[in-house]
Write a protein that binds this ligand. Structure first.
Ligand SMILES: [Zn+2]
Length: 72
């Protein structure tokens, strides 16, 4: 009986938990992988949704902000 329980526990392999990517600005879960260049250096970072909007508003001149619906 004890051997049977031991064998059961041996069969269960622990799957390593991959940590969720974090936003480099606020630390929340990131959903966007970004790359940028600064002084010919490639910088990779991750952003969440709200930080991406702020980033685009500051640095992306071709970015069109999402439409805002008027609530009545
Ligand atoms: Zn963020």
């Amino acid at each position: 009986m004890i051997d049977w329980i031991r064998n059961k526990f041996k069969q269960i392999k622990r799957i390593p938990v991959i940590p969720a990517p974090k936003c480099t600005r606020c630390g929340l879960r990131a959903t966007y992988d970004m790359t940028t260049t600064f002084n010919e250096e490639v910088i990779e970072f991750r952003l969440c949704g709200s930080c991406l909007e702020e980033y685009n508003a500051l640095y992306n001149s071709r970015w069109i902000p999402p439409l805002v619906k008027k609530e009545e």
